[in-house]
Ligand binder design. Structure first.
Ligand code: SAM
Ligand code: DTB
Ligand code: SF4
Length: 326
């Protein structure tokens, strides 16, 4: 049975997703844009701000990640968990610059109960008290910890699949895909939104990309938020020498994600700084409706605030950072 683009479906096959991905580009982008318009305001792009609240020294061995303690050649200064007051002050600054969502990342394998988790709970409550959406990404999570985050008002928990089940073992061996899915189910069971996506450009095939979208589309409900990252190759990581992907691969991935997950917020995430203004706009036309805003992601450079002001001016969205500076 053929269903119209934009219908919420949980029965996609990997083959059908590959077929969408491989449509002629203009057909793919056109259909994705139409699906986007069925569910979203096409003129609205959410700005999210990202902060590394605990940097480096992570015991996991994710091949892409500069924060893994396994990748000793990476030039990164480790940092302990930040003070809640400082984090909340940075969220307030981000809000004044136009960010609606504040995402806090910790280089942890899993959450441990105690003083540090208490501090994260304080950060979440403080960000929510500013009237912002709050998202955290802290690694694996147990039910009682998800319960505390939900009680503090957490909007969303970011925990990425990162790639397909088939390719996963080539990228991470210190935890399994099942571990990932278990944390996602725990988060969902406490009514917290899921922010779950992945990375392209790690050497995976198109089928792997479709397979990751297949896992996401099988979730019921779909994750509310789906970050699509292009690998940022960092010196000292095993993926340091991977070539940057062609920006049109990102356009195809965003458009396919939009068609398969029509109501989700699709976040054009890491790797955006390597795209020119026009390629970013093509991603927005293809269905991306959020970007990370600010000069750094967690540890790597993001598109600069100045360039973003030009991007938002070009698409006609008033940029509050410029407005308040004027
Ligand atoms: N430790 C937690 C975890 O892995 O869930 C949270 C932090 S981790 C840095 C969050 C996400 O950042 C990863 O799942 C990955 O998708 C993305 N990421 C990390 N390094 C990246 C890189 N070099 N390029 C693109 N995305 C990256
Ligand atoms: C996500 O999918 N991308 C963001 C956010 N979730 C936490 C992180 C990107 C990190 C890029 C590498 C770095 O800056 O360390
Ligand atoms: Fe640790 Fe997350 Fe980086 Fe993996 S992606 S090494 S879990 S911080």
């Amino acid at each position: 049975m053929n269903r119209p683009d934009g219908a919420i479906r949980h029965d996609w096959t990997i083959e059908a997703i590959v077929a969408l991905h491989d449509l002629p580009l203009l057909e793919l982008v056109g259909r994705a844009n139409a699906a986007h318009r069925r569910h979203h305001d096409p003129n609205r792009v959410q700005k999210a701000s990202l902060l590394s609240i605990k940097t480096g020294g992570c015991p996991e061995n994710c091949a892409y990640c500069p924060q893994s303690a396994h990748h000793r050649e990476v030039d990164l200064t480790r940092d302990r968990l930040m003070e809640p007051g400082k984090v909340i002050a940075m969220a307030a600054t981000a809000k004044a610059a136009g960010a609606e969502r504040f995402c806090m990342g910790a280089a942890w394998r899993q959450v441990r109960d105690g003083r540090e988790f208490d501090a994260v709970i304080e950060m979440v409550a403080g960000v929510r008290a500013l009237g912002m959406e709050a998202c955290v990404t802290l690694g694996m999570l147990k039910p009682h910890q998800a319960e505390r985050l939900a009680a503090a008002g957490l909007t969303a928990y970011n925990h990425n699949l990162d790639t397909s089940p088939e390719f996963y073992g080539r990228i991470i061996t210190t935890r399994t895909y099942e571990d990932r899915l278990e944390t996602l189910a725990t988060v969902r069971s406490f009514g917290i939104d899921l922010c779950c996506g992945g990375i392209i450009g790690m050497g995976e095939t198109i089928r792997d990309r479709a397979s990751m979208l297949h896992v996401l589309s099988g979730m019921d409900p779909h994750p509310e938020s789906v970050p699509i990252n292009a690998l940022v190759p960092v010196a000292g990581t095993p993926l340091a020498r991977r070539p940057r992907i062609d920006p049109l691969e990102l356009v195809r991935m965003v458009a396919t994600a939009r068609l398969v997950l029509p109501a989700s917020t699709v976040r054009l995430s890491a790797g955006r700084s390597a795209l020119n203004r026009e390629a970013q706009i093509l991603c927005l036309v293809a269905g991306a409706n959020s970007v990370f805003y600010g000069d750094t992601l967690l540890t790597t450079p993001n598109a600069g605030i100045g360039e973003d002001a030009a991007l938002f001016a070009a698409i006609g969205e008033p940029d509050r950072a410029c407005a308040s500076a004027a």
